[in-house]
Write a protein that binds this ligand. Structure first.
Ligand code: HAM
Length: 429
């Protein structure tokens, strides 16, 4: 036999069955999708879909050349002279599309998207090279009411998924560009004073992305990071007021948060509000959702100045958490499992199945490859509520048998024309 070809490391198949290192099933994922479509509708977001490939320049310009995502993790290739990249996130593409198609011409937009994203990271539980995000972007909204609504919307979803007590909200304010620049100058000066103790990563980031130095996981650098100049001390009056207002609204909406002055996020386009939803239940990859304001980004991508905010959640991470601790019901089982034996029974069975399906009753079939008793076992194992049976006797008398597999209704043999009535009687009570 030829060698088996395997999927790329860090890229998962989604299957009807749970896999050892990727326990999410397709029906669980679909149940999540159904639930989120309703949720997004409730908040007035409209769906858009963009290509997974974009010109590399889109991500360089929006996410930033010095970020890990663009600098180290993008899948980039030359396409006959043009540099293209698999999208590492959805915000840049969403904004590109909004600007390209003039969606923002005379009205703000609330958009959502979902799909695969690609980052060449070291794979581990909850961190993949192809992963999926669900993101929303509120384009053209300057007020803190939108920041609060966006956060409240997440809190609502966590409730609907039964994980509200597993996650916490971390919040920070990054101020505006000038405020960040003066903080950055002070921070670089401070890091230079402490150069002797910095590790290799921090030395590299000191000039490229000094805020990220404060994100260091190195225990030996924690004290230095704690004492570093704080962005909060460089915020001007407007930024402070906005941040206070946002915190007041969140308090009024009973949404608890933790202020994390070191939260900077890994993408360069943010200003003012940034936030992350984190959990301790998933080990190292504990951020299930992140977002914030990016008031200057649309302009940088060629549009008019358009204050905006959004977030994206990692679906794999979120579903791992929901599976472990939440309460999402899957719709795995069919209503009816249909079985038959003998060639005379095939057509009557298929007619009965067709009648049920026309009434939106979910029916599973499996051919007549085994004896009736074996097929019944399979019907039972399928989780279906009823078995529909057409054997030789039923075929000869134009009847069908309906058997209750879960309750105490037993089984009845009835004329085929009465099947729907019988089914409705049994399912109504
Ligand atoms: P991000 O924090 O880079 O933000 O990604 C959002 C979420 O995607 C993360 O919180 C995490 O749950 C998930 N994620 C990221 N990388 C991986 C990975 N390698 N494997 C599995 N899950 C992952 C953004 O992408 C921004 N576009 C969010 C945003 C939208 N900001 C404003 N609007």
């Amino acid at each position: 036999m030829a060698n088996k070809i395997q999927a790329i490391k860090g890229m998962n198949d989604l299957l009807p069955i749970a896999q050892k290192d990727f326990p999410i099933t397709a029906s669980f994922w679909q149940a999540f999708e159904q639930l989120t479509i309703q949720w997004l509708h409730d908040y007035g977001y409209q769906y858009i879909r963009t290509p997974i490939l974009e010109p590399t320049g889109l991500f360089v310009r929006s996410i930033g050349e010095e970020t890990d995502v663009v600098g180290k993790e993008m899948y980039t290739f030359d396409d006959y002279g043009e540099s293209l990249s698999l999208r590492p996130e959805g915000t840049a593409s969403c904004l590109r599309a909004a600007v390209e198609h003039n969606l923002l011409y005379n009205a703000p937009q609330k958009l959502w998207y979902t799909g695969p994203m690609f980052r060449h990271e070291k794979p581990q539980k909850g961190r993949y090279r192809q992963f999926h995000q669900l993101g929303v972007e509120a384009l053209g909204f300057a007020g803190m009411d939108t920041d609060a609504e966006i956060i409240a919307m997440c809190a609502d979803l966590w409730k609907r998924l039964g994980i509200a007590n597993q996650v916490q909200l971390e919040l920070n304010c990054l101020g505006n560009k000038e405020e960040r620049l003066s903080h950055r100058a002070a921070l670089v000066a401070y890091l230079q004073e402490n150069q002797a103790i910095l590790d290799e990563d921090s030395l590299r980031r000191m000039h490229t992305n000094p805020l990220r130095v404060l994100d260091t996981k190195n225990p030996a650098l924690q004290e230095m990071a704690n004492q570093a100049p704080r962005l909060a001390d460089f915020l001007g009056e407007q930024s402070r007021q906005d941040y206070e207002q946002l915190k007041n609204i969140l308090n009024a909406l009973n949404i608890p948060f933790i202020e994390n002055p070191r939260l900077v996020r890994g993408l360069d386009y943010y200003n003012a509000t940034v936030f992350e939803w984190t959990t301790t239940a998933l080990g190292a990859q504990g951020t299930i959702c992140g977002g914030g304001r990016y008031d200057g980004l649309i302009e940088e991508l060629g549009g008019k100045p358009t204050p905006s905010i959004g977030f994206a959640m990692g679906i794999e991470r979120l579903l791992l958490l929901v599976q472990a601790t939440g309460s999402l019901k899957t719709i795995e089982n069919a209503d009816v499992y249909a079985i038959y034996s003998g060639t005379d029974a095939m057509i009557p069975l298929l007619q009965a199945v067709q009648n049920l399906r026309l009434q939106n009753i979910a029916v599973r079939t499996h051919g007549a490859d085994q004896k009736l008793a074996k097929q019944l076992q399979r019907a039972d194992a399928s989780g279906a509520r009823f078995a529909l049976i057409v054997g030789q006797d039923e075929a000869a008398s134009n009847s069908v048998t309906l058997k209750d597999l879960r309750g105490d209704k037993g089984q009845v043999t009835i004329p085929a024309a009465e099947l729907l009535n019988q089914y409705q009687q049994w399912t109504e009570c």
